[in-house]
Design a protein around this ligand. Structure first.
Ligand SMILES: [Zn+2]
Length: 127
């Protein structure tokens, strides 16, 4: 089967999917290990034997959880969704217009759901 070069540039091949999957998994591991390190700094919560509740620690922990949620939440979710799209075979297709997302864009932002045009339209329509 002969695939024209311009077509190959747009459509995902198995090798491309494998590569983007690896990128996403690496990024996810990065996020998870950052979270793991932050959690390791929080002292383990005392059991029933503790008479004194360390309110300062509890507050610090709650604040840390909020920060983790804020910084990593949406990105981690976007990565999960991108991995799910790879499994479903819909990865690399813009959710707004249905056109393939350029590989250059996917290389920069592998978890993106929109092509550059749609992303820009969304940005301008919000103003
Ligand atoms: Zn689009």
């Amino acid at each position: 089967m002969c695939i024209p070069p311009f077509f190959r540039e747009l459509v995902m091949g198995p090798a491309d999917l494998q590569r983007f999957r690896k990128l996403l998994l690496e990024k996810r591991r990065e996020l998870l290990s950052a979270q793991g390190e932050a959690r390791a700094l929080v002292p383990a919560a005392g059991g029933w034997e503790g008479d004194v509740i360390d309110q300062a620690n509890a507050d610090a922990e709650a604040e840390l959880q909020i920060q983790l949620h804020r910084t990593d939440g949406p990105l981690a979710r976007a990565i999960e969704e991108a991995l799910a799209r790879i499994r479903r075979g819909t990865y690399g297709v813009c959710e707004a217009c249905g056109h393939p997302i350029s590989k250059v864009r996917l290389n920069a932002v592998p978890w993106t759901r929109f092509c550059r045009q749609c992303k820009e339209q969304q940005a301008t329509s919000r103003r």
